[in-house]
Write a protein that binds this ligand. Structure first.
Ligand code: ATP
Ligand code: MG
Length: 627
């Protein structure tokens, strides 16, 4: 198993790089699949190929998407295409043969019951029928695969599965030959210019951190990684001089043998990057990134269509009158597929996300003009990419009445592949992740920071859903908060309604804590941490990370001891914290609002500033551990 890169390690590695260009290359190295991860994927593909060939003679299992397009990251899903063209031909000819045999009286079907193909006619079978067959083969005949499920509702129906030992999630589709072409196109772009990969990796990670892209469950209003990647490629096509050729230009360079038409769309482009002329563009990665933000911070996404085919924005009026335009699903974000020209790859993006994308680009552009972006800090402060990756905070309108808000991302990546899988499949995913985060907040407030916390009086305690569907799993040890310590769950009964598909119903749930603090546990933690490390039992190995939950508990205890026990007096601080689910439908951020008791002034401010950095980090730790 690959150990997930922790955010701390990422920050550390990036801060040590020499300049932004080096940070960007470093990011690719930290995220991309290792040799052994690639080998595992390759072995799985071979295994699938062997098993499926038994049932579908002549078939091919072809990987596409991020496992092979050059934008792989640890744990990315394994997208597979099951090509049944040859099998169809095979079946047709076998049928003909059988018919002939039957006429000659060569005995009733001598051998076909061992083939699944005797049950189905591939040329007339519907997509759902074939998919169910694929699912059956996966369930019964591929060792080490579980959670097999056919998903018929998607634009491209797939069979989903999970590989047990590696925790790899994957999809098999049967009618998605275009994806093979666009995968190959992305690959060609990475081969054509070595700046493509670092730029795309950085922007994919940035967009994920800002909760703009990368929803791991598909669906929802976020940009998907494919659309975001196309946006970056388009940006590179439109530099002056261009850093990448347009598809129209590529088509002219296509060799005679490489002409390809798929589903009626011309997908011709050279298979080999050596046919391309090297670009005359010499911009650095550092300035390309800044320019990306500048350009899209000011782009009219709703008013035109981004065309990689032509490498320019198509004005709407004339586009909509064209044949492909008539079928194009117009939205606030319009990115034309490079091959399937009537397809808007960002059609799912809603107004809010489109606007936030623009805002975030503007913020990015502004930051990129600062010295903090351009120059390495000599004082060990966050610089360059690091600050771009700090999670986005909702806009002013979403702030609480006092503006004391901490946004806590829920990082699926912190989970082990197994529990990630379990959670993703939970019927009520929305409830499950939020419960985990709330349990983590309780733990951090009570156990790590030694606040005393209670749910507000009079509100129903213990109404949280019980643990059937991938909710909290007990962790070993005495520190697991019991469910009555998790804060109270407040549900306004009139508003409570089942989750439905479609536009997001406002989430009405919130959990709140009433807290009191007697000690300044937020002060001088670094010093105490250092002291503890010196005192520490024999030689704490280096992975005894400063900053683990256990260490942080000890740090608080030490501070309390040093301050002397002043319990019994009035607490230093009183406040309530109230958590609710963040903005959009697929938003997995928790918004935690703080309301301090009156007249605590700057003391609360200090604590709050400390919590802004500390709490999200600790929550992630806790969630990862509890899983
Ligand atoms: P990752 O899995 O890391 O998010 P990916 O590139 O594999 O990245 P997926 O969402 O898994 O992205 O999609 C796999 C492939 O399916 C893409 O590479 C693309 O070929 C195709 N695809 C995905 N989304 C779309 C879309 N909206 N329109 C057309 N093709 C798409
Ligand atoms: Mg994928």
């Amino acid at each position: 198993h690959h150990v997930q890169l922790s955010p701390e390690k990422l920050v550390q590695a990036l801060c040590q790089a020499d300049d932004v260009d080096a940070q960007m290359s470093q990011l690719v190295q930290l995220f991309e699949l290792s040799e052994s991860e690639r080998r595992l994927r390759h072995l799985l593909v071979t295994l699938f190929q062997e098993v499926f060939s038994e049932f579908f003679p002549g078939c091919a299992i072809l990987p596409f998407g991020s496992s092979v397009n050059g934008f792989d990251i640890h744990g990315c899903d394994l997208d597979l295409f099951l090509d049944l063209e040859k099998t169809k031909t095979f079946q047709a000819s076998a049928k003909g043969l059988q018919g002939a045999q039957a006429e000659e009286g060569a005995g009733p079907d001598s051998d076909s019951e061992d083939s699944i193909l005797s049950d189905i006619d591939l040329t007339t079978a519907t997509v759902p029928e074939v998919l169910e067959l694929v699912a059956a083969v996966l369930r019964k005949c591929v060792p080490g695969v579980h959670s097999v499920q056919a998903v018929h509702s998607a634009r491209r129906p797939v069979v989903k599965f999970c590989h047990k030992d590696s925790g790899l999630l994957g999809d098999i589709s049967i009618n998605n030959r275009l994806a093979l072409c666009n995968t190959r196109f992305l690959q060609l772009c990475t081969e054509a210019d070595e700046r493509v990969r670092p730029l795309v990796y950085v922007l994919r990670y940035w967009a994920k951190q800002q909760a703009l892209a990368g929803n791991p469950f598909g669906g929802g209003p976020l940009l998907n990684n494919y659309a975001l990647t196309l946006l970056v490629l388009f940006f590179l096509q439109t530099r002056s001089p261009p850093a990448l050729p347009t598809l129209a230009q590529l088509r002219k360079l296509t060799g005679d043998g490489d002409q390809t038409i798929v589903d009626g769309w011309d997908c011709s482009f050279p298979q080999d990057a050596s046919r391309l002329e090297p670009s005359a563009n010499t911009e650095s990665l550092c300035s390309l990134l800044a320019e990306f933000f500048r350009v899209f911070g000011d782009h009219d996404f709703a008013g035109c269509v981004i065309s990689l085919q032509e490498g320019r924005m198509l004005p709407l009026p004339s586009f909509l009158l064209s044949e492909v335009g008539a079928k194009f699903k117009l939205g606030p974000f319009n990115v034309q597929d490079p091959f399937e020209l009537s397809h808007n790859v960002a059609a799912n993006v809603n107004e809010k996300i489109a606007q936030r994308f623009q805002h975030c680009c503007r913020d990015g552009a502004k930051y990129c003009r600062s010295l903090q972006y351009q120059r390495k800090s000599s004082k060990g402060k966050a610089w360059g990419l690091v600050r771009l990756f700090q999670p986005g905070v909702p806009e002013a309108g979403e702030l609480g009445p006092d503006g004391l808000l901490i946004t806590i991302p829920f990082t699926l990546m912190a989970l082990s592949p197994g529990s990630r899988q379990q959670l993703c499949q939970a019927r009520d995913f929305g409830r499950c992740w939020f419960n985990k985060v709330c349990a983590a907040i309780t733990f951090v407030l009570k156990d790590v920071l030694k606040c005393s916390c209670t749910g507000p009086a009079g509100e129903p305690l213990g109404q949280e859903p019980t643990e059937q569907s991938g909710g909290e799993q007990p962790i070993v040890g005495s520190k697991h908060p019991r469910s009555d310590e998790r804060g109270s769950l407040v549900i306004s009964p009139a508003k409570k309604r089942p989750r439905v598909e479609g536009p997001a119903p406002e989430e009405e749930e919130s959990v709140s804590w009433s807290c009191a603090m007697w000690h300044r546990v937020w002060m001088g933690r670094r010093r105490v941490r250092r002291q503890l490390r010196h005192l520490g039992s024999p030689q704490p190995d280096t992975e005894q990370e400063a900053g683990s939950l256990e260490v942080e508990e000890k740090v608080s205890e030490a501070i309390i001891q040093q301050e002397g026990d002043s319990m019994g007096a009035e607490p230093l601080l009183r406040f309530t914290a109230c958590a609710r689910v963040g903005g959009g439908q697929e938003d997995t951020r928790t918004l935690l609002y703080f309301t301090p008791a009156p007249q605590q002034g700057s003391l609360f401010q200090d604590f709050y500033h400390f919590l802004q950095g500390f709490l999200p980090r600790m929550v992630e730790r806790y969630v990862g551990r509890a899983a």
